[in-house]
Design a protein around this ligand. Structure first.
Ligand code: DQA
Length: 145
């Protein structure tokens, strides 16, 4: 099965972006680790990042048919984008929401996630490890489905 890992705005800056909040691991390192872990558990992982809401929506649409599941860290669009939520609902693919930081321990405006309404579940607060946890969660879900 193929999994698409989508990262949204500002996540291209991981490594140097507020390392006290998001850690010092770069997005390239996270993506490498996800491809490697995916290979270990039998999931073929494709990664993409965009700072643009419409590009993320197009990628979600394109995943329908070709992919078995989605892992999404939509960055700040998590808290604002009904359009991204609708895109995930439209393609009917199992989706796991990931955040590096514990969004519930941060500012009030980060507590609401539109994506959580259409995701299998949310993993937040575990840094880069959260993506690996999301792969394991999708693997277990696909096996029981
Ligand atoms: C984030 C949390 C969001 O609130 C923030 O806007 C981000 C990153 C995280 O991974 O912790 O860009 O999604």
């Amino acid at each position: 099965p193929g999994i698409l890992i989508l990262n949204g705005p500002n996540l291209n800056l991981l490594g140097t972006r507020q390392p006290e909040v998001y850690g010092s691991t770069t997005l390239a390192m996270i993506e490498d680790a996800c491809r490697a872990h995916g290979a270990d558990i039998g999931l073929s992982v494709t990664c993409m990042q965009s700072n643009h809401e419409g590009t993320l929506i197009d990628a979600i649409h394109a995943a329908k048919g070709g992919r078995s599941g989605l892992i999404i860290n939509a960055g700040a669009y998590t808290h604002t984008s009904i359009a991204l939520m609708d895109a995930v609902a439209s393609v009917e693919l199992p989706a796991v929401e990931v955040h590096l930081s514990n969004i519930h321990a941060r500012e009030e405006f980060r507590h609401r996630s539109y994506l959580a309404r259409v995701a299998l579940g949310q993993i937040c607060g575990f840094g880069a490890q959260g993506y690996i946890m999301a792969l394991d969660a999708l693997k277990a879900h696909l096996e029981k489905a």
